[in-house]
Write a protein that binds this ligand. Structure first.
Ligand code: ZN
Length: 258
């Protein structure tokens, strides 16, 4: 455990031994948010800093907004596990991981205090500016590992983060009745939904079959972008919200666009 200088001026260094080289010398171009999912912040921190856990994150944010840096940003922290986004499988090599102290689903989804969210927003803004990270690549663990992971959870205030200038978000389309798709459905409309999820970045297989994986991807999408109801059913509100997010994306493949 060697000391290092914090990359983020607002952080106090507390080194974790769990890190390695970023594959191919990758620069981080994604920020991945987690909740700790443990009863106490101190317990989670001890775990992230102990060699036997083999997990870590770059940053740790306490409920009161204090920020610790555990791993230098240039190094590959071990927080994402098996995950995928936009066809990319080694999320640890391309991301900055932030663990947010919160007991999560096992602890009944307590609210994230305002001071903590303000600290997360400031940290994300700072990392984003220094590395040129685009808003739509500030994601949750559940986005890159649906079914396997549910953090930072449907109670995480993505909207407030967006209002603070972080991440990609549109107000979700209100939930109304109407046509919907769910597990077991198949055909062209299911294929179109899968294509939209895949275009946004989810690792959705486009096979025209509303299978378990599609259901998991829809639930992950809802957890982040339509948190009022997370049921894995592609109702109009879910599909329309996804459509509006896609429409709002700048074309990053065009080098003239910024
Ligand atoms: Zn996580």
């Amino acid at each position: 455990m060697t000391a290092f200088t914090a990359d983020y001026p607002g952080a106090t260094v507390m080194p974790s031994p769990n890190h390695g080289e970023r594959a191919g010398g990758r620069r981080p171009d994604m920020i991945l948010l987690h909740y700790t999912g443990m009863p106490s912040a101190d317990g989670a921190l001890t775990w992230l800093c102990s060699e036997e856990s083999q997990v870590s994150s770059h940053y740790f944010v306490f409920e009161d907004g204090r920020v610790l840096q555990l791993v230098p940003e240039a190094r590959r922290a071990w927080h994402a596990g098996k995950s995928q986004w936009k066809g990319e499988g080694d999320i640890n090599s391309c991301s900055i991981g932030i663990e947010i102290a919160n007991p999560g689903h096992p602890g009944g989804l307590p609210d994230f205090p305002a001071a903590q969210i303000a600290a997360v927003a400031e940290l994300c803004r700072n990392c984003g500016e220094r590395w040129g990270i685009v808003p739509e690549r500030v994601l949750g663990h559940s986005d890159v590992a649906p079914i396997r992971k549910v953090d930072p959870g449907e109670n995480f205030p993505w909207k407030r983060l967006h209002e603070a200038g972080v991440g990609h978000f549109v107000d979700p389309t209100p939930i109304t009745g109407g046509r919907f798709f769910q597990r077991g459905d198949q055909g062209q409309p299911v294929e179109a939904l899968q294509a939209m999820l895949s275009l946004y970045g989810y690792a959705t297989e486009i096979n025209g079959l509303f299978d378990d994986r599609t259901e998991g991807d829809v639930a992950a999408f809802q957890r982040h972008f339509r948190p009022l109801r997370v049921d894995g059913i592609a109702d109009f509100s879910t599909i329309d919200t996804l459509h509006r997010l896609l429409k709002g994306l700048p074309d990053r493949s065009d080098p003239a666009a910024s």
